[in-house]
Ligand binder design. Sequence first.
Ligand code: WT7
Length: 566
Amino acid sequence: MSNIGSYEERLRGFDWSIGEKELGYKKGDKINIGWYCSDRVCQMGKASKLALVWENHEGHVKKFTYNDIRQLSNTFASLLCGLGLKPGERVCIFMDKVPELYISFLGILKMGGIAQPLFSAFGDESLHTRLSNAETAAILTQKKHVAKVRKIREQLPQLKHIIVVDSEGSPLKEREVAFDMERVPRVDDWKAYESTAETPSVLHYTSGTTGQPKGAQHVHYSLIAQYLTTKWVLDVKDEDIYWCTADPGWVTGTSYGIIGPWANGVTQVVLDAGFGAEKWYAFVERHKVTVWYSAPTAIRLLMKEGKEPVAKYDMSSLRHLCSVGEPLNAEAVIWSKEAFGLPFHDTFWQTETGSIVITNYPGMPIKPGSMGKPFPGITATVVNPKTFEPINNPGTVGLIALRPGWPSMFRTYWKNEETYRSKFKNGWYICGDRASIDADGYFWFVGRDDDVINTGGHLVGPFEIESALLEHQAVAESAAIGKPDPVNMEVVKAFVALKPGFAPSDDLDLEIMNFIRKKLSPLAMPQEIEFVKSLPKTRSGKIMRRLLRAQEWGEPIGDVSTLENE
Ligand code: WT7
């Protein structure tokens, strides 16, 4: 049985103050996520309980208790203060999934900084875009990634400090700091910054259709929703071993890979290694994982390997499975029931929402292929795309809309209030996704309402790819779209018109792909490049991505005359 009561019971009389009370928070109190995720858990009698069990690709294991993460995050906070960093300054974490990533995240919050996690596979241009927009003051990284930071440092006047957490054996340059958390003396006593509900906490960059990525800015009060959704949706209990497969470079990896589980005082396991079906099953068996939060692309990869590998391992520890990031197809739910005896529960949310907003609540009958129902305290509907009025007709597709005001809603896009405001219409926050609601109140995802590409659960902005393509000497014009892919749902496809003097060839194809992989990331790299003479444009000169996409997906193109006039 879940520890939380039925969905209907929870809906009745729901109030976010339930979360506040459980955390011992009252309106107007100080609230610091870093403190809640470590000091408070220790005070609740769990100082010697394991907070993190980490394993890398070589099978090397490290274990940290709640007292360890309390002291080590203090040590990071003290380092940052010692360097002269001030509350409110942005501190980037640019690391693989090493323990230092998870622990420094708490340390940054404890000194009042705004944590800015970035995916370590980002190339120098992706990194530059985000550090420059956030005017980041310091970056914590590993020696294997420091070259990318060095390459762009001169273009980032605000970036005062580069901190390398594993610099042993590699000489550092000027204005670079070596900090090995396991070797420096631990700081046992540290007074966490006295943040209040609306103090900024985390800045997560996310891609939109137009323009460069935007920084969704969160506040310490988000904790209330992250804590409660982890408890009620992921259903974690004291004795659970929880595994979230997401990288904290993306919001799932922070809301549910750091804040949620640690605020609940559970033991979490982290595998800092790539995907592999048997590798994952062996990990579940070795650590007796009970609650598993993953993504549809990973599940489809497991499905590809079939059920035989599952049978080789003891998966009986598993109790509850959840998924996020892309549509979870009905086949995947059915397969997981057959393979693990448990269905994956779909959860829907976004970088902007900060926590799960629509979900298959534990114990609620699952309709495979549906995202479930709104979390208690979330008012969700679908609205007409023109009037933004709720559609009260079951099965009719509209835009997913949420009534603003839940604790973890983003408070703005960093230095981009205008785009932030444009997300609100008729009193609703518009997610940018299309869905319908059936007669029982279940939400069914249809697709995104923009050109953003969702590859393996990661959003990639076409504009960022197109801008990078134009920097290649052979490229005159370009368009990036998502093309269907059986595992990743979508992969990037680029259409490229070459400059005079350049001719299409396999070599050029590979060269351009690598160019993007290095500058942006492996996710943004086009899997296919189609060389074209020119690209379809509107009268005002905007490239008609929607037309290219419709052709690629074999969808009706519809009336292009409106497009042409845009
Ligand atoms: C977009 C948000 C928040 C976790 C990771 C993604 C898509 C997310 C689902 C789902 C269908 C989903 C939407 C959404 N998405 N969850 N369960 N079913 N689509 O965060 O990078 O901000 O992406 O991911 O399109 O808007 P994100």
